[in-house]
Ligand binder design. Structure first.
Ligand SMILES: [Zn+2]
Length: 367
């Protein structure tokens, strides 16, 4: 599937001068190629390349890749005009075509590096909210366009890449919680201290601004909300990337399904996650990064994952961040224990004198 993302460039005034100049030179160069096509009565791109390339490089000062592009598009415009018996085409300098060699674009970072006669220009751009979900798609090519409203837009053609996980690789159970935002069954803990500090900072700042209520305070509030969202998005991007990497291709990431849970304890956890963390966003990021990397994301019902011993399967007790099992004497990090239980629900231990697992609800069974 292909799509075109329309993004607005946030070029600096200096960059704008360079882009304006690039567009102008490109159109002059292309008009030159058009003229020489008619002069030589030739529209073949390769043969024209011999005539035009040295001139495009020297006279118009184009970098190699842009010279190739200028020649190619001018030739195909002439070809079209000749076929339709139309007039000689004229390039007005409103757009440049960029391919993978003449540009590199990071949708995640919102950064485009575009080739110009004065070297590569790194320009920021914003992706409209609706298109955020496409940021992991593969970039095919792009067009830099100077629109009527004087803004530069980069039209980026993207293609979706999906790799289906065969679910034969590593399975990682993931617990999402309060002390640790993420705990995985293979032992990775991402504690919430840093996120909380930043969150607290935003909360107190917001409180102060709200009590002021002046127009400038309101403006700041708006800015602040954007900043906070960007911070959460960044955290979620990092976490989801790390999780996908830990599962690797054909692996499975197992999460608790926290939607519609009746249990009070779970509801508390769910409420906390909803109000303190862009929590669906992480699931969304995980889903699309997983599709791209051949990792499956599966959900198991959220029940008793924090109250069961991940070693013997018998109910134990959680004391703060520690889980103790009276039956087998295990003392475990509570969140790691939960993550291991989530893993076992998906791939139940077999052979078994572990009633909790045997009776575990029909976790997703694909093994
Ligand atoms: Zn135990």
């Amino acid at each position: 599937m292909m799509k075109t993302l329309q993004t607005v460039l946030e070029e600096t005034p200096q960059q704008r001068v360079i882009l304006d100049d690039t567009l102008a030179r490109m159109s002059e160069a292309q008009n030159f190629v058009v003229a020489s096509c008619y002069e030589h009565e030739e529209t073949n791109t390769f043969r024209m390349h011999h005539f035009t390339y040295p001139v495009l490089r020297k006279k118009f000062g184009l970098p190699a890749q842009l010279a190739v592009v200028a020649n190619k598009y001018a030739c195909s415009a002439v070809k079209g005009a000749v076929r339709k018996k139309g007039r000689q085409p004229v390039f007005s300098g409103r757009a440049i075509h960029y391919d993978a060699r003449s540009s590199s674009i990071s949708l995640e970072k919102g950064l485009a590096s575009l080739l110009t006669p004065r070297g590569r220009v790194k320009v920021r751009f914003t992706i409209p909210k609706y298109f955020q979900k496409f940021v992991m798609w593969k970039i095919k090519e792009s067009n830099l366009v100077r629109c009527r409203d004087r803004k530069y837009r980069l039209m980026i053609s993207i293609e979706k890449i999906t790799i289906k996980s065969r679910k034969t690789g590593k399975v990682v159970g993931v617990d999402r919680g309060i002390n640790n935002i993420i705990a995985t069954s293979d032992g990775w803990l991402h504690d919430s201290i840093h996120v909380f500090e930043i969150k607290r900072h935003y909360v107190s700042l917001r409180g102060r601004l709200q009590s002021k209520g002046t127009p400038s305070a309101r403006r700041h509030l708006k800015k602040l909300s954007g900043k906070e969202k960007r911070f959460m998005r960044d955290v979620n991007h990092c976490l989801s990337r790390r999780l996908i990497d830990s599962a690797e291709k054909d692996g499975v990431i197992v999460l608790e399904n926290l939607k519609g849970v009746r249990n009070v304890r779970h509801r508390r956890k769910q409420n906390w996650l909803f109000s303190n963390w862009a929590f669906y966003q992480l699931e969304q990021f995980l889903a699309y990064k997983a599709e791209e990397s051949g990792v499956a994301v599966e959900f198991i019902p959220a029940r008793d994952t924090s109250k069961t011993c991940s070693i013997c399967g018998i109910r134990g007790q959680r004391h703060g961040s520690i889980f103790r099992c009276k039956a087998c004497g295990a003392v475990l990090n509570a969140d790691l224990n939960a993550a291991k239980n989530i893993l076992h629900r998906y791939t139940p231990l077999t052979g078994c004198c572990q009633p909790a697992y045997c009776n575990a609800e029909k976790a997703v069974t694909s093994h």
